[in-house]
Structures are given as C-alpha cells and as structure tokens.
Design a protein around this ligand. Structure first.
Ligand code: GDP
Length: 481
C-alpha cells in the first residue's frame, strides 16, 4: 500500500512542501509526486499532529463485487460473444448480418438501436449476446480494467486472405484471457476462397479446429450472402453449454459498462451489460467514480424495460455523469453509500495518476512484489516482439527453459514486427512487461506505454534478455522479509 506525497498532504490539508521538509529532516529526499509506503505516511501524519485512520480498498468496497452465490440460486444465462479478427476480414459485416437476420420483420417496424451490444435468438433456443465493438482493442481495454465480459470469442478469418497479423494478436488476446475461440471462416462466397488453408495456418498458432482433430469449433460463413449464420449461432450455443454459464438472477445486479456518452437530451447514457442479478428501475448504482439512480432501462430494440437480468444489455439513464467503458457496475443500498464509494474512487484515481506519472506500474523490478501474493507457481508474464521469426522462436525457447516448478516465464504473445498499441494493452491487462528484440515501439505504442505505465525493454543480444528475465525470476523466488 502506497500513497503519493501530494495526496498525503491533501488528505491532511497540509502543504506538500512541509511534508517534503519533514521527510528531508529524516534524511529522505523526495519530490511531491513520489510514492511513499503506508508506514512512512502514518509516521508523517502522526508527527504533523493528525490522527491516522487507514482505509483499505477492501473496507470501502467490501462486498461490492464477486460475493459468492449459493449453487441452488444459479440459473443458465446467455453467452456473451465478442467478434475479433484482422481488419477487413468481415467483423462488422458479420455483426450486422447476424443482427439483421434476427429482426422479426413487421415487429415494431424492426427498428434496432446501436447501444453497444445486442441479443439474438439461437436456432437451438436461448439467446446470444453480441458485443457490438469488434476487435481486441476494446476487449482487452475492458479486461485491463478488471471486467471479464466475454465468454466466447468468434475469430473471423477471411478465406481469401488467411491468417494475418491481427488474427494472431486476437488469438493471443483470447488465450491470455482464457476465453474459448470459435473460428468463423468468412467470405467463402469468393471464388478465391481457400478455407482449408485457413485451417492449416491456424495450427501454427495452436488453434486446432474440429475437422483437423482439435476441439475448436469452426464454421464456414459468408457475411455478405448470409450463409451459415444459423450454424455459427448453433456453434456458439453448443460452446456455451460446454461452459455451463450460470448466474443468480435474483440478487442485486453487477455488470460492466460497455459504452457511455453524454447525450444532449437525455444526459449521461451508459450501456450496461448485466452479469449477475437483475438491474431494475429505481436501483442506486455505482460505476467507476459515477453513481446514479436508474431512471430508465432501454433495450437494443429501443424498448423501455423495467428489469435487466444476466447477460442482458441495456441503456441506463440516471447516472450523474458518464462512466467509462469497462467500469464495473454494482447496485448499492443507499445514496450515501454510493457517494462514499465514488468519492473514494475519485481519490484513488488521482493517486494512481500520480503514481503513473512518477514511474512504471509494470516493470521487471516491481513485478516481484506484484506476484508475491499469487499462490502456486509464480509467473512472469511477457509480450515479446522481434525482427525475425527465427530470433523470436529462439527467445521463447530459451525463456521456456528457465522455468522451474516454482516460477516460469509466461509468453502471452510473441510476434514479428514493431511494438504496437495492441501489445501494450495486452500487457496492461495481464500486468506484463513488453520486450523488443531488434525492434522499436510505434509512436502510439510508446505513448500508450507511458500513459499506462507499462515497461518496454529493448534488447539486441538474446543472452542479455534471458539474463534479465532470469534475474527477475530469481527475484520472485528470493525470500522476502
Ligand atoms: P472488418 O474490418 O473486419 O469489420 O471488415 P468489414 O465488415 O468492414 O468488411 C470488409 C470488407 O469485406 C467489406 O468490403 C465487406 O463488404 C467485405 N465482406 C465482408 N464479409 C464478406 C463476405 O462474406 N463475402 C464477401 N465477398 N465480402 C465480404
């Protein structure tokens, strides 16, 4: 637990310089943005005549999320699906085709609203929820904020183009999140479609489809000609049955903000995907540092509804301000509690911004302390980019050899080419360090790494790289006391 000097001063209503002076008298040199540990902070506060009450995150947010449900309260819930794949392989076309095929003609004029997610009926019965923003950027950005929204990834690969860089990225992102993949081989209407080639290419990335003896479901589709969309929905329902997705629909709701904006007429509007429980009009909810009383719920058909149950996406009106995509949503018992939580989070946000400004959040050096807490075999998560396939493979092999029963390197993604923004978001979501071997980071990636505090380490000698990781791993093993 840490705090910046600025934040400590703010909370005591003292001047930052006075805190710095006091620390200096004790022989410690600090800047206002520096982070000090809780014990030092307590000492300072006491010396300055304040009484200290430590408030841990667990106190303020106690019981807000993930409280266990009794087995007998659980009911099946629809799967939540995100479509990923290389640019131009047909993600948007597929989302649109599935949505259109399912609008019952004549019903309320068949109007659909784009609210960030929608539901359709599977030919096997039951519903399927699609997240409307394709691609792994949104997926991983959400995951980085602690939101696990997606149950199944549909990986779209164009049959005339095959496996491309973003296809590989999508596979890594899905695997890092532990989410099963269904392969949709798209554009099979094209004369130069080669679905067989897609299947064999995927083998290289450890995606083995059923027709090649693996357990990854696959469907050949054409978004353009609306071919086999039913088969895709069936595959999703089958995969969902394997996953045995359940939630208690009776409890207070928890969910995630899928998107949010400020509407000129309606005020803050947030699309919330309910994940457990039922959200109802009148509930008091918190999301990030915003809260509100639910004034209205609107579904993807533009209809008002009173309740939204598990896996159900709905626009929520009534927030005081627009929350952010990826914010987790919870129902609380009173406005006072909502205020307490959001004010606390506001403070946290300011602190974190200060911490990020003053150093990397995810670096090899502090990885040790981050991972200490996790039980079992400890892992050093890494994203590796190199200039040629040969050196990337050599690095991965060398790192894998370092692993012991207690600690191991975990390569989340390894690829050829410069470091991209997607590499950074993947690293953020998994607290990983990004390694560049004879490659540089793109401008957007560099900016993202600075903004998010993700460390990028550059190497041009494999030995040095492996040595550093080894050191980080032995740091993990070192006795800490
Ligand atoms: P995204 O970038 O993955 O979202 O791809 P889009 O959905 O924007 O599609 C890229 C291009 O491929 C568009 O010109 C689509 O019309 C075309 N396209 C998408 N699906 C199909 C298909 O099944 N068959 C054919 N022939 N073209 C398709």
């Amino acid at each position: 637990e840490t705090i910046t000097i600025q934040e400590l001063a703010n909370r005591m209503s003292e001047r930052g310089v006075d805190v710095i002076k006091l620390l200096m008298r004790q022989g410690q040199m600090h800047k206002i943005t520096d982070v000090i540990d809780a014990d030092t902070a307590e000492l300072i506060a006491t010396e300055m005549g304040h009484t200290v009450k430590r408030v841990a995150e667990s106190d303020v947010e106690e019981g807000l999320f993930d409280t266990p449900d009794a087995e007998e309260t659980l009911q099946p819930r629809p799967p939540v699906v995100t479509i990923m794949g290389h640019v131009d392989h047909g993600k948007t076309s597929l989302l649109d085709a599935i949505r259109r095929a399912n609008v019952v003609s004549g019903e309320a004029g068949g109007i659909t609203q784009h609210i960030g997610a929608y539901q359709v009926t599977s030919p096997l019965g039951g519903l399927v929820t699609f997240i409307d923003t394709p691609g792994h950027a949104a997926f991983t950005a959400m995951r980085a904020r602690g939101a696990k929204v997606t149950d199944i990834v549909v990986l779209v690969v164009a049959a005339d183009d095959g496996v491309m860089p973003q296809t590989i990225e999508a596979i890594s992102h899905a695997k890092a999140a532990g989410v099963p993949i269904i392969v949709a081989i798209n554009k099979i209407d094209k004369p130069d479609a080669k679905p067989e080639r897609v299947r064999t290419e995927l083998l290289q990335y450890e995606v083995q489809v059923e027709s090649l003896g693996g357990d990854t479901l696959e469907v050949e589709v054409s978004a353009k000609q609306k071919l086999n969309l039913d088969k895709l929905l069936e595959a999703i329902t089958l995969q969902a049955e394997v996953l045995d997705l359940k939630a208690d629909p009776e409890r207070a709701a928890e969910g995630t903000v899928i998107e949010a904006r400020l509407d000129r007429g309606r005020g803050p509007v947030a699309t919330v995907l309910v994940q457990r429980g039922t959200l109802s009009v009148g509930n008091i909810i918190v999301a990030g540092s915003q809260w509100g009383r639910v004034r209205a719920l609107i579904d993807d058909q533009g209809q008002n509804c009173v309740h939204a149950g598990p896996s159900f996406p709905a626009e929520v009106l009534g927030f005081n301000g627009a929350p952010e995509a990826g914010d987790r949503v919870a129902v609380v018992e009173s406005e006072a509690r909502a205020r307490e939580i959001t004010e606390y989070r506001d403070r946290q946000k300011r602190e974190q911004a200060a911490v990020r400004g003053s150093g990397a959040r995810s670096s090899l050096v502090d990885m040790m302390s981050q991972l200490k807490a996790t039980a079992g075999r400890k892992e050093v998560p890494l994203v590796i980019k190199g200039d040629v396939q040969g050196s990337v493979e050599a690095i991965v092999a060398a790192l894998e050899k370092l692993g012991t029963d207690e600690v191991a390197a975990r390569v989340l993604h390894a690829g050829v080419g410069g470091i991209t923004e997607s590499d950074i978001t993947l690293a953020e979501a998994s607290n990983a360090v990004v390694i560049g071997f004879n490659v540089r980071a793109h401008k957007e990636a560099r900016e993202a790494s600075e903004r998010l505090g993700i460390e990028i380490r550059y190497y041009n000698i494999i030995y040095n790289l492996v040595d550093d990781i080894k050191a980080a791993m032995s740091g993990l093993l070192a006795p800490t006391l």
